[in-house]
Structure formats: C-alpha cells, structure tokens
Design a protein around this ligand. Structure first.
Ligand code: G3P
Ligand code: MG
Length: 249
C-alpha cells in the first residue's frame, strides 16, 4: 500500500519523556539532556492544570515526580509552579520546575529539535486537554518548524486534536499492544503513525503496520540489540529513556 505519510521526518531515535534515565522526566532539563545525548526528537506527556494550562506531566498526581501531593487536575498553575520537579530524581536537579507546554516548545525551537507530544488527559478532560495543546502549538510552534507528531491513548483526545489542527501535526495512534481493529481506528482518526510498546511486538505485526502505510514508533526501548532488531524488522523509530545508549543506531 502507498505510504500515508506525507510530511514528516522522524529520526530513528526519540528521547522518552526527555531523557528519562538521566534527567527528571518531562522537564526542560530533560529535553536539553536528550539533545546532549544525541536525540534530535523527544517524546513528552501533556496534561492540564486545574485552571486549564497545558503542562508537561505524566502522572495524574504530583507525588512521584515533584515535592507536591495530590491530583494535578486539582492544582492551579500557580501551585504547580512552586513545586520542585527535579529533586526526587536527583538533588543535582534541585529547582527544576514543571514546565508549561509553551516553555517546552521554546526550548525545542532553541535546540532545533522535533517532538512527539503525547496528550495524556486526566479522566474527563480528554477534549479540553487536546484543545489546549493544539492552541498552544498554534501559538508557539511556527509552521516553518518540523511538523510534530501528536499522539494519545485517548481516541477522544486524538479526534479533538485533529479537528482543531489538522495541518499543525501528524497524528499518532498509541497502544500498548496492537488491538483488533487497529487499522480502521487509526484511519478513522486520521493517524499516519502507530506507536506500540515493544514487549509483545512481533515481526509480523511490524510488517502489518508498515504494509498498511503507517510510520511505526516503538516504546520504550532501552537496549541497543533490541533497538537494532526492531529497526531491522522495519520500525521507523524507537523511543528511549536513554538516548546515549542508542546513539549511532
Ligand atoms: O508515547 C509513548 C509512551 O510514552 C507511552 O507510555 O506511559 O510512557 O506515556 P507512557
Ligand atoms: Mg508518554
């Protein structure tokens, strides 16, 4: 089948949550570290503060990655900006803040990087999160920059994101493992890439995704032999916590 992919170049190596193994995840320091380690693209997660600001954050709660506690969806931007998002990873990163999406886009532009923005909505905020993320992209990521991939496990988020900015991004169908009916869903959602977990992925599935014309990104791949095998099978890129370990793929 002819490729569905028309307008994006994704490098083989994409940093996961920045460079999760060597810097606090979903921070500006993590994005910079990924660049230093040789990744030209990063993946990161976006959700909303209580007052509707898109920030980089993976979990529904603040507890694991910051010195705060409680639900992200119940905390205002002002509250979240006071938190330390570095020390739990390492005291060397004390003072690192939870970034706004707009700030992350500024650093990505400064470093001439590309990215995979994963919409990671808190429950019930699927559409709102997608709309805020796309509005921020429209305001802070000029069209002359490399077109990003916007992905999500949430089909409601993907549909809303695409509805708001069909030309602003390429859209990625994200799943742990390839479910039945994946192709129809990915086409219905206007996706041009498929993003799958590596653990249960087979060579046959890689071929099926590629033959259907999609880009294939595989996460989270941290070992060089496994990364090489996946690329040899036909995957386009691996998303890794430790880009330094995979440089030269
Ligand atoms: O986007 C790929 C990967 O990040 C999805 O899983 O939980 O690390 O966001 P998670
Ligand atoms: Mg993610």
């Amino acid at each position: 089948m002819t490729s569905l992919v028309t307008k994006v170049h994704v490098p083989r190596l994409v940093g996961h949550r920045g460079a999760k193994a060597s810097a606090p995840e979903n921070t500006l320091a993590g994005i910079r570290r990924a660049r230093e380690e040789g990744a030209a693209w990063v993946e990161f997660d976006v959700k909303l503060t209580a007052d509707g600001h898109p920030i980089l954050m993976h979990d529904d709660t603040l507890d694991r990655t910051t010195d705060g506690r409680g639900l992200v969806a119940a905390a205002s931007l002002e509250d979240i900006r006071r938190l330390d998002a570095g020390t739990r990873f390492s005291p060397a990163f004390r003072g690192e803040r939870v970034p706004l999406l707009s700030e992350a886009l500024g650093v990505l532009a400064e470093l001439d990087m590309g990215f995979n923005l994963e919409i990671k909505p808190c429950k019930g905020r699927e559409v709102e999160t997608a709309q805020a993320a796309m509005a921020t992209l429209a305001a802070h990521w000029p069209m002359h920059r490399p077109i990003p991939i916007v992905s999500s496990f949430s089909q409601d988020s993907l549909a809303a994101a695409r509805g708001d900015g069909p030309d602003r991004a390429m859209f990625g169908y994200l799943a742990d493992a390839l479910p039945a009916g994946w192709k129809d869903e990915a086409v219905r959602l206007g996706c041009q890439s498929v993003h799958l977990g590596w653990r249960n992925l087979t060579r046959r599935q890689v071929s099926a995704v590629k033959q259907a014309g999609f880009l294939l990104l595989v996460w989270t791949v941290n070992e060089l032999p496994r990364a090489r095998e996946l690329l040899e099978w036909g995957a386009d890129a691996v998303i890794s916590d430790c880009p330094a370990a995979l440089v030269g793929l």
